[in-house]
Design a protein around this ligand. Structure first.
Ligand code: ZN
Length: 132
């Protein structure tokens, strides 16, 4: 039985669930069905893998522009985080000011409110990063 798509996405949104290639050990997030390095050897063999929530800032930028639905966040910090398990993930850095952020700074993923959709009031959650 396959897991319904909704639940797969739900799980990926609340935990950092990726896949690991059994041939070369590379970890992917978001999950991949095939390892781009091992190709055929990895087909059907990719393993579910929960990433550690820690990494370090690989690159970042500070955004001052208004973005619909995200106005209250301005200015905000977007970073590429190199996770300790290998993948690079783009995400927002919170609980820090732009002046405090440095390349190489250790961070961890936390699950926070992303936005609230009006008028339905549906609240979306996802991962963000905080300095550690
Ligand atoms: Zn591989």
């Amino acid at each position: 039985m396959t897991i319904p798509r909704f639940w797969r996405e739900f799980e990926h949104r609340y935990r950092l669930i990726g896949t690991k290639c059994p041939s070369c050990g590379r970890v992917y997030f978001p999950p991949r069905d095939v390892c781009p390095y091992c190709h055929r050897e990895s087909v059907g063999k990719m393993q579910k893998y929960e990433l550690k929530n820690t990494g370090k800032i690989y690159s970042f930028t500070v955004v001052y522009q208004d973005i619909p639905d995200f106005k209250e966040l301005k200015p905000y910090i977007m970073a590429i985080v190199e996770m300790d398990d290998g993948p690079k993930i783009t995400g927002q850095i919170v609980d820090a000011s732009p002046e405090e952020i440095k390349i190489g700074m250790p961070v961890k993923a936390v699950f926070r409110r992303i936005r609230e959709e009006s008028p339905s009031g549906i609240i979306e959650y996802g991962y963000k990063f905080v300095p550690i």
